[in-house]
Design a protein. Sequence first.
Length: 394
Amino acid sequence: MAKTRREFTPEFKREAVALLESSGRSQMQIAAELGIQPSMLRQWRTVLMDGSVQQRPAGAPGSAPTSPVASPSDQAAEIARLRRELDRTRMERDVLKKRDRHLCGDAQMTFAFIEPHATTWPVRLMCRVLGVSPSGDYGWRSRPESARSASNRQLLDDVQRIHAEHQRRYGSPRVHAALRAEGRTASRGRVERLMRRHGIRALAGRRFRPCTTDSRHDLPIASNLLKQLFSAALPNQVWLADITYLPTAEGWLYLAAVLDLASRKIVGWSMRDHMRTELTSAALMMATQRQRPPAGLICHSDRGSQYAAEAYRRQLADIHAIPSMSRAGCCYDNAPMESFFHTLKVELLHQRRWATRDEACRDLFAYIAGYYNRQRLHSALGYITPEQAERNAC
């Protein structure tokens, strides 16, 4: 069947070009809103700028009969009509943008989408755009809720509650693990589908950029005892240590942390406005006082001068610990520690803007001591918390 050529009035062309000139948006955007090709809009603009709008000869196929110049009232009515058409086109665009891509082909989910948005857009307009009938929508509303739908609604409430309790830090694996801990038997796939359909997702991480430590010093370097074998049978057998830095309006805040490889618990940490050996020594001291490790503990770190300094090595000797260091320029030799810092930055740093170092210290303390160690389910531990892992090992 031959495609019918669309005709546009001179007023429509002028209004389209005026909209392009006044909105500051691109030809592609305006053309998409009006449902026309960008090339048509570009041609209309060129013709109008040249002051030579082309008229079809009278009697030509598809041409409108010539008429006298429209009166101001007729022009106002035409402009009002075009604006109504534009508003309707924008509403259709907004419905399509709001609609989840997974609604395609699922009439029940489409009707469930229409109901809460009925106060925003006309129901008939949404039905037409989404490819369902108004009668089907009204029939869906009048039918009693099925057992499966009621179960999904209750499950969605629990998913949203857990997601909110953890400040949007949980994706479907951790949400599913938290539901199981509460006694819910929903499958992980069902939880994942519900979250995807309702736009519930975890905080997105940024691309990982490995940073290496400046090891250009003449201090003693220990051998790499781990060799990327990141496992320990019991707590207080292997500790990992590292430093990261966090921005505040007052300047950098440096965080030194000590992680137990068996429980993934942060057993010691310290925060300062500098990177001197005092920073790492304070973190090690906290870990020692809290954990009371036995002799033979392996303390692994990078080759930074803070970990190779005499004061830090003497501190390790006092607790009969064995030092271990990563290879030069290889942050993956300390991967679990790097993973913790990445998690901290995604779940805390990227959601905050700290005015002072004291404000950052308070948030970091609450995150490490109150959330990460005691509440956050860890995938490497089978989705239990570091505190639970430590208790289970005892």
